[in-house]
Design a protein around this ligand. Structure first.
Ligand code: FRU
Length: 494
């Protein structure tokens, strides 16, 4: 039986979500049915389909008491909305069903492990009512879910001594080869920074503490959010989204997603971290979650947004927030390599190809334009090494977003300062591209309200949203010096 709060959300989204014309959404990036979306949740393959739930407030395009929105897909690109899976309707989650994940039970039901939030009745030392965050379970058939009577299944009592009672959330579950379940969640240690805790359960319902996998120690942000932990090409990866990072080396100030690479001993449950890097060098990328596809691929999704720039909403928009185009992950020389899921190739139509075009002055190429496209650009010096190379995208007389590669600094910069924003926040980011010879390969996915750039076969990735008019669809190339450009573009049709 649906609670009145869930029923209200389901009725609302069916009416107002259905009323949003497809032309007002991206084509292959998931947006909320209606209203607000943040983190991906419960990203899983269940009963022949991919399921993607999301942090959801249907009634407005702002964050509110969190529900779980729900969509399914067979190719991770064309999504069908299902009714909201959960609403904040129990005493232990009345202020929000926060982020979590999904697994399949031996009897074929789907289990959702999530954070229930309710406000405290007492005040914290700063004089505020605080969030009581606990881990809770709901079980269902892929459409309807029941929260179990034993909830919550993990509370602050399951944290190591001295840990904060205010932050304990975002459980990511997976099934072990022996059929039992493990999960990682984040908490805050005595030094006020984040930690990732490993829990174990024989059946998905009864959980116990195993170990602290890693600590932030105030080095990479303060609180950590949305952990994920998995084996990738023989090593182990801990994916995390830190809040309040301080700028240092490749890390920028604020919110970001990082990965810790290391080794893991399953006997002693010891994770030995070796290295830390940013997962995406653009502006809008946060709260990743992965799944293991039936064919063995590790596939990642993320919120194509961060908390720092949520105020910049298109006027009159009926939805806010979108997910990235899911990415296949690999590890090479200790670095994450990301590629758009191969399913995208089946959607390619209308190939346009230009080979070895000499470029210096701003140049447009016949047929290379658009806001929904899969574009690959190979750049090489034409004679001497060039100083810089620029692509302008989503451009018209007024707007553009640019991508510039500077061979002196080996840095690639994405800049959407001229993409119509009226807000005073970060519009440009850059990263080091490890090439000396000026050869650069860029795969660029455009989808109405976003650009994802994969440099040199996914060694670096940069993601940004943009809310410019769709008529701003020009693409041009220019160089300081001389380059040879080979460009291949496909339209994407679903
Ligand atoms: C990350 C996050 C999570 C939390 C959720 C609430 O973006 O802050 O830690 O569960 O969003 O919507």
């Amino acid at each position: 039986m649906n609670s009145p709060i869930l029923q209200k959300a389901r009725t609302y989204e069916a009416q107002y979500g259905e009323a949003i014309p497809a032309s007002e959404r991206p084509v292959y990036h998931l947006t909320p049915w209606v209203g607000w979306m943040n983190d991906p949740n419960g990203f899983s393959f269940y009963q022949g389909q991919y399921h993607l739930f999301y942090q959801y407030y249907p009634y407005k395009t702002v964050w509110g008491p969190m529900h779980w929105g729900h969509a399914v897909s067979r190719d991770l690109l064309r999504w069908e909305y299902l009714p909201a899976a959960m609403a904040p309707d129990m005493p232990y989650d009345k202020d929000g069903c926060f982020s979590g994940s999904a697994a399949e039970l031996p009897d074929g039901r789907q289990l959702l492990l999530y954070t229930g939030v309710c406000k405290s009745e007492d005040l914290n030392p700063e004089g505020h009512y605080y969030d009581i965050q606990t881990q809770c379970v709901a079980v269902g058939d892929g459409v309807n879910y029941e929260k179990i009577p034993q909830n919550p299944v993990l509370t602050v009592k399951d944290l190591p001594e001295g840990y904060s009672k205010y932050d304990f959330r975002d459980p990511k579950i997976w099934q072990e080869p022996d059929g039992t379940y493990s999960a990682v969640a984040v908490a805050r240690t005595e030094d006020k920074s984040g930690a990732v805790i490993l829990y174990h359960s024989p059946d998905g319902f009864e959980w116990h503490f195993v170990t602290v996998l890693d600590h932030c120690r105030n080095e990479h942000g303060r609180m950590w959010e949305c952990p994920d932990f998995f084996e990738l090409d023989g090593r182990y990866l801990l994916l995390l989204s830190p809040q309040e990072m301080q700028a240092r080396d490749e890390f920028h100030a604020g919110h970001a997603t990082i990965y810790l690479v290391g080794d893991y001993d399953p006997e002693t449950h010891t994770f030995r971290r070796e290295d830390v890097h940013l997962a995406d060098y653009g502006i809008d990328f946060y709260a990743t979650q992965t799944l293991l596809a039936p064919d063995g691929r590790r596939i990642m999704t993320a919120w194509l947004q961060t908390w720092s720039d949520i105020e910049d909403k298109p006027q009159g928009a009926k939805w806010f927030g979108q997910m990235i185009c899911p990415r296949e992950l690999h590890l090479k020389d200790g670095r994450l390599i990301q590629a758009p899921i191969r399913e995208l190739e089946a959607a390619r139509t209308n190939r346009v190809y230009h080979e070895n075009v000499s470029v210096s002055q701003p140049t447009t190429l016949e047929g290379i334009r658009g806001r929904v496209a899969d574009l690959t650009v190979n750049v090489a010096p034409d004679g001497e090494l060039y100083r810089s190379f620029t692509i302008k995208m989503a451009a018209d007389g007024e707007y553009y977003t640019s991508l510039t590669y500077d061979t002196y600094t080996s840095r690639l910069t994405i800049d959407r300062s001229h993409a119509g924003s009226h807000c005073d926040f970060v519009h440009s980011r850059s990263c080091e591209v490890r090439r000396q010879d000026g050869a650069l390969k860029l795969r660029i996915l455009l989808d109405r309200n976003s650009i994802e750039v994969f440099a040199n076969d996914g060694e670096q990735v940069m993601t940004v949203w943009l809310y410019t008019p769709q008529s701003a669809d020009g693409i041009s190339f220019s160089a300081d010096g001389k380059v040879k450009v080979t460009a291949e573009q496909y339209d994407l049709s679903f």
